[in-house]
Every structure is written in C-alpha cells, then in structure tokens.
Design a protein around this ligand. Structure first.
Ligand code: GLV
Ligand code: MN
Ligand code: MN
Length: 418
C-alpha cells in the first residue's frame, strides 16, 4: 500500500465513512434472503429508491421519481437555468449480487456533493444525481431500461418484453410502477453538460497496477440473444440413442461452440448464463431448451461478424441433430467511446488524488451507453478485490471508495473552471 493509500485508510472523511455505511444499508435491501437481488420494479428496488431519495433530501436536493422507479436529485447551483451535469449509476442488481455494482456510483456522487457543500463551494451549474431502476436487464433480458427511459423512452417492442412470470413490461409498469406523484423527466441531445459515472472496475487491471482509480476510455458493445431449440420429448429408458431429438444435448453443443469461438477470437467474450428446459424431468428426453447468449467485443464490426459466424454454427448443430432453432436478437448496443475532454479532466483529478491514473476499457455495460445519446460521457473506475463482481464477495476497500469520492470532488471542482 502506497503512502497516499495508507493516509486515506487512516484518515477517512465523514462523507466516505457514511458512503461505506450506506453501501451496507442498501446492500441489505433485497427481494430474497438468499443473496442480494433487486430487479427492475421489484419492491426491493423501490425501497432502495426511497432510501436514496431520503439521502438526497438530506443534502437539500430537489427529489423526483419516475413511474419506472428511476430517481433524480437536483442540486441547483448558482445558476439553476444552466445546463446540468449528470452523475449517477443504477440501483438494480443481478441475482446473488455484490453490493457495490451500481450502488457505489449513486452513493459516491452524493458523498462528493456533500464534501463540496461542506467546503462552501457552489457550482455554477446544476448537478442531477440519477439512480437508474434498471441497468442489468435481469428481469426483461433488455438492459438499460432506466437510462433508456430518460433519454429515449421505452418503445413498443420493449414494452412487450415478458419477464419469467410471463408478465409484459407494459403491464408490470401499470401494476407495480411508482405512480403516486411520479415525475416524467426526459433529456434531449444537447440538454446536458455531460454524464459522469463512478463504478467498480469489475476487472483486475487496477489491482494488478496497484492503483485505486482508473479512467474509462470506452464501453464494449454487446448483443443479447435468446435461443430456443426444439426436439422431441421421449422416454429416457426406451428411446434408443440414435433416434433421439434431444434439445438439451443440442444446447450443450451450442454452449461449447460459443466458448471455442470466444477463445479463438480474444477479446471476444461469450456467455450462456440462463437456461431453462422442458419438460425438465429426469426420465424424459428434453424437448425444448431456451437459453441466453451474452456476446461482447470492443469492436462492433468484429462483434457482428463473429455473431453471424456463431449463428451459422448453431443452425448447423440444430440441423445435424434434427432440432428446430429459433434465434432472437433481444438487444444490441454498439461500443461507446468516452469523451476526450472528460477523460482528460478525470485523469487529471485522479492523478492529483492518487498520484497516477490508468486509462482502461470497460467490458461491462454501463448506463453511459444510453446517456451518450444526449451528451458526452465519462467514467471513473474504482479498484475492486480480485476484479470479482456479480458475486456476493464483491468488495471495494473503504480507502478506495474514499479515493473515488475525492476524485469526483476534484473533477467537479476543475470541471467548471474549464
Ligand atoms: C452489467 O453489469 C453488464 O455488463 O452486464
Ligand atoms: Mn452489473
Ligand atoms: Mn453496474
């Protein structure tokens, strides 16, 4: 541990201590007792939103919430009519999640504003802190619903997406949306100075470089596909092997094909993370299997080309095994570059706080992918233990959180001088 890291560990500011406590507090708000889960528009997601609104009010922010659960706190600054700078992250989680992914970005933004207010600084523009109700896309297999709603709205095809219970997003919004006093905020291109998000790195680059903070150059593009293979259910004891049309074995071959393709074409990453089969009984040959494919590459052209190749391989596997295949592209988002000016500003702020700063790309998706439609985006990465994320053991050291908050403060201070 370097001297700067050590001093941050020994002398933690009240705002950083509070941020660490808030991470725990939010991490305890879950749909399930069996690990952290806060899906889009679940009761836990709404409870987390309410908790953050309380924290925003404590800072004297003007608070609003949308029917889709996304929240916003506004600190008006000395010129309330100036274009705002947006900060924030998402408040939903995957299943068996860590408590830092998303939550840290919102909590750190509030901590940075707390520090600024305490130092007597008034920014010459408003700051909007956003807590997006969905980034992970767990419930509807469509990501960025929170940020998408505030920049573009949710279109018909999204509103028709169904969750695992078979409920359409349109109906879930109607039934469970936050209607009581809900606001309808929307940003158009050019409305904002920019969007800056602090997030745990979810990789090992910073840990290996022994650095608490990095600045993000861009976010990899991703495709999400839903695949269904259909064969025939049959008796597991009596159906001879050559006569079977086993959808599960076909799916297994597809999973291996995806893995081989990704190994052969680094930095491509391909993941089958969700699977269901029917009839799902131990003594029947599986008739149909539905599985997800998450497919990412920093280069859009290569992603599209390699996905075509994999689709061809899956169709061949289906044909060889006499299975029907249904390949549905659920979502595609292109790679997004962070803004050079914001990269420079964040980098300078990080160097001032930690001595050094590394520029790195993000393989994970972030709300900036949507927010870049309305203005420049920048991201601050904070080191996390072993790069582990989407896992209950996800961990970000308090002194690294403190460094992240300091970088945000430094960035905000220097941003308005530009
Ligand atoms: C979000 O965490 C994603 O990259 O899937
Ligand atoms: Mn995540
Ligand atoms: Mn995240």
């Amino acid at each position: 541990m370097g001297l700067l890291d050590l001093s941050r560990k020994l002398i933690m500011k009240a705002s950083a201590i509070r941020a660490v406590q808030r991470i725990d507090e939010l991490g305890a708000i879950s749909e399930t007792d069996d690990g952290l889960l806060r899906q889009f528009l679940s009761q836990a997601n709404l409870r987390a939103a309410e908790k953050i609104l309380e924290w925003m009010s404590l800072l004297g922010m003007h608070c609003e919430h949308q029917a889709d659960g996304t929240i916003r706190g506004i600190l008006s600054g000395s010129n309330p009519t100036a274009k705002p700078l947006l900060l924030g992250s998402h408040i939903d989680t995957v299943a068996h999640a860590g408590k830092y992914d998303g939550a840290l970005g919102v909590i750190a933004a509030l901590a940075a504003l707390e520090d600024l207010l305490e130092s007597g600084c008034t920014l010459p523009f408003p700051v909007h802190v956003l807590g997006f109700s969905d980034e992970e896309g767990v419930r509807f297999q469509a990501t960025y619903l929170g940020s998408r709603a505030v920049v573009a709205g949710l279109d018909e095809s999204l509103l028709s997406c169904r969750d695992a219970a078979g409920d359409a997003l349109r109906d879930v919004l109607e039934r469970d949306g936050w209607h009581d006093g809900a606001a309808h905020f929307r940003y158009a291109p050019g409305d904002v100075l920019g969007y800056v998000e602090l997030h745990i790195e979810q990789g090992r680059v910073l840990e290996e470089a022994k650095l608490p903070i990095g600045v993000v150059s861009g976010i990899a593009g991703q495709s999400r596909i839903s695949i269904t293979l259909k064969g025939q259910a049959d008796h597991a004891g009596t159906t001879p092997m050559p006569l079977r049309r086993d959808a599960m074995v076909g799916a297994a071959a597809c999973v291996l094909a995806a893995e081989s393709l990704a190994h052969a074409h680094s930095p491509l990453v391909a993941t089958v993370g969700q699977i269901s089969l029917s009839p799902n009984v131990s003594n029947s040959v599986p008739e149909s299997v539905k599985f997800s494919l998450d497919f990412r590459h920093p280069d859009d052209e290569q992603r599209v080309e390699l996905l075509d190749l994999l689709s061809h391989q899956f169709h061949q596997i289906a044909q060889q095994r006499d299975l029907e295949i249904h390949w549905q592209v659920v979502q595609e988002s292109g790679a997004v570059a962070c803004d050079d000016f914001l990269i420079e500003k964040i980098s300078r702020a990080a160097k001032k706080v930690t001595g050094r700063c590394l520029t790195l790309a993000s393989g994970a998706g972030h709300d900036g992918v949507m927010m870049q439609q309305i203005g420049p985006i920048g991201m601050i990465f904070v080191r996390c233990l072993k790069g582990l994320s989407h896992h209950p053991d996800e961990y970000c050291a308090p002194e690294d959180i403190a460094a992240g908050i300091d970088v945000l403060v430094e960035f905000l201070n220097s941003f308005h001088e530009a």
